[in-house]
Design a protein around this ligand. Structure first.
Ligand code: FES
Ligand code: FES
Length: 166
């Protein structure tokens, strides 16, 4: 237990485009820090790096926030689902998920959106094998994979078609 007189550690990183400093503890996970500070769209699923519910983007890569200590975010660029889209202005993938009836309980969806965002930002073509590599760390306990996949494929197909047109 931390001595009350010890200075409380703090961590500073960019969160959804803003530089933020948060008090933390040496043993606090990034997922817990985010949720404790109101970023509750990032979900706790397994806590062991197997379900993807806690996926955030760190320096352009999708990572499991449940496996990172908060201090490992120091100086990094972190993005969460709160930065991906809003109810009024959903991202393209979020809109396709809604339109395609792909959201059941919704628990996996923030993580899915963050992995898909990392994919779209890092790659310019989206063959199925590559898409599966990016998405295979995200499990859907409602097993709604087909509609989630179809929604993502529609977005990726549009992006590919737009890129071909130049
Ligand atoms: Fe992090 Fe499951 S909660 S991978
Ligand atoms: Fe329920 Fe995926 S929609 S876990």
């Amino acid at each position: 237990m931390m001595n009350q007189t010890e200075p409380q550690p703090a961590v500073t990183f960019t969160l959804n485009g803003e530089t933020r400093t948060f008090a933390t503890r040496p043993d606090e996970k990034l997922l817990d820090l985010l949720r404790r500070n109101g970023y509750r769209g990032t979900k706790f699923g397994c806590g062991q790096g197997t379900c993807g519910a806690c996926t955030v983007i760190m320096d352009g890569r999708a990572v499991y926030a449940c496996l990172l200590y908060s201090m490992q975010a120091e100086g990094r660029d972190i993005r969460t689902i709160e930065g991906a889209g809003t109810l009024d202005k959903p991202s393209e993938f979020q809109q396709e998920l809604i339109d395609g009836g792909a959201v059941q309980c919704g628990y996996c969806i923030p993580g899915m959106v963050m992995s898909a965002t990392a994919l779209m930002e890092a790659e310019s073509t989206y063959p199925d094998d590559l898409v599966k590599e990016y998405m295979d760390g995200n499990l859907c306990r409602c097993t709604g994979y087909e509609k989630i996949w179809d929604a993502l494929r529609r977005v990726l197909d549009r992006r590919e078609a737009a890129a071909k047109k130049g």
